[in-house]
Design a protein around this ligand. Structure first.
Ligand code: F3S
Length: 61
């Protein structure tokens, strides 16, 4: 699974980094997905952030 943050949409609230620190990190005032793939064990967390990001900037595939 791969996670993606739409940088144009992200408002930098930081919720994804605090909820799934193995998947997302802040870079300046935007979040980015860490690494090429979501680590095993963090997939449910990444999927939850698709629902919980306040501006729906996160997608997983
Ligand atoms: Fe940005 Fe959403 Fe994370 S607004 S900081 S991608 S929770």
């Amino acid at each position: 699974m791969k996670a993606k943050v739409d940088a144009d949409t992200c408002i930098g609230c930081g919720l994804c980094e605090s909820t799934c620190p193995d998947v997302f990190k802040m870079e300046g005032d935007k979040a980015v997905a860490i690494g090429a793939a979501v680590p095993k064990g963090s997939e449910e967390c990444a999927k939850k952030m698709v629902e919980d990001c306040p501006v729906t900037a996160i997608s997983v595939a």
